[in-house]
Design a protein around this ligand. Structure first.
Ligand code: TA6
Length: 286
């Protein structure tokens, strides 16, 4: 069965060995396995901390949590009741439909509509849909945001907080040269001078108006992340600061880098009755 329904999760299976496990809690993808390009070895491509809570009591430390409608601490007055990174990553989403199921890939759609708990912190009429598509060497995740108000804009930020399972001290991320970024570790704006960005020291950088295509390379691997309408990208690895993160496994920071396409500098002003779509497509090249 290409789409298996479990009590709290959905599993996608591709005929050539790739798979995805998604928790309905947060529509959080907690596993993406894909064959290598040059062999049949199937590898886990996402990092999830062994101390992550997978029972719906806390956003998952790893995988791909969805950040909506604010990134980090809320900045807009109408977001003031929201917690860090908003509510999408800690609400239960509903499975909606299988969009595609053939030899090329399998694709499913999830939805999140408002409920009294969300309404208590965010009084805006909206709906979210999340489409996850699995191919042999590719995972694509697309977030659709619909403004259900007939008269008012919906202002939001959105981001896919992707934890790529890579050797953090070996990876380079490019091309980010010449971009303006906000360095959260120093609380100041900088210009990126490096052709190849690494995360050998504590890194928490929010790049603005980024090129929508990022190469993550290391000695034994290469992954490409493409983005659509997510104009910014965050690169995060806490290094030893990770010891202060309660649900981070010891040394976990050596086993991932977060490359997070998002719309987080400023916000999307979505007119009444309109829809916005942001997508990331991750491809294994080596
Ligand atoms: O996207 C980077 C970031 O905003 C960092 O500042 C870091 O705190 C990280 O997300 C994790 O946030 P979380 O709320 O999941 O602990």
């Amino acid at each position: 069965m290409p789409v298996q329904h479990q009590t709290d999760s959905i599993i996608l299976q591709h005929p050539e060995g790739a798979s995805v496990t998604l928790l309905l809690y947060g529509a959080t993808i907690i596993s993406w396995k894909s064959p290598s390009v040059d062999s049949d070895e199937i590898k886990e491509r996402l990092f999830v901390s062994s101390k992550a809570f997978l029972d719906g009591s806390k956003p998952v430390r790893g995988g791909i949590p969805i950040v909506f409608p604010c990134f980090g601490a809320p900045a807009l007055p109408e977001h003031s009741k929201l917690g860090q990174h908003g509510f999408a990553r800690n609400e239960i989403w509903k499975f909606d439909s299988t969009v595609m199921d053939n030899d090329a890939g399998v694709s499913v759609r999830f939805v999140l509509e408002t409920n009294p708990r969300i309404f208590g912190v965010f009084e805006k009429p909206f709906s979210l849909a999340y489409v996850v598509t699995l191919a042999k060497h590719q995972l694509s995740t697309g977030l659709h945001v619909r403004n259900l108000s007939p008269s008012a804009d919906l202002d939001f930020q959105a981001l896919l907080h992707t934890y790529l399972a890579v050797p953090a001290n070996e990876v380079s991320i490019s091309p980010l040269t010449d971009l303006t970024y906000y360095d959260k570790t120093e609380d100041r704006v900088k210009k990126e001078m490096r052709d190849l960005v690494d995360v050998k020291k504590y890194t928490d950088s929010v790049y603005e108006n980024a090129p929508l295509k990022y190469d993550i390379n290391w000695k034994d691997g290469a992954i490409e992340v493409r983005a659509k309408n997510f104009k910014d990208v965050v690169v995060w690895n806490p290094q030893q600061e990770g010891k202060n993160i309660g649900d981070m496994e010891e040394g976990g920071w050596e086993r991932y880098v977060c490359v997070e396409p998002g719309y987080v500098q400023g916000c999307v002003h979505l007119p009444p009755n309109e829809e916005w779509f942001g997508q990331q497509v991750i491809t294994v090249h080596k």
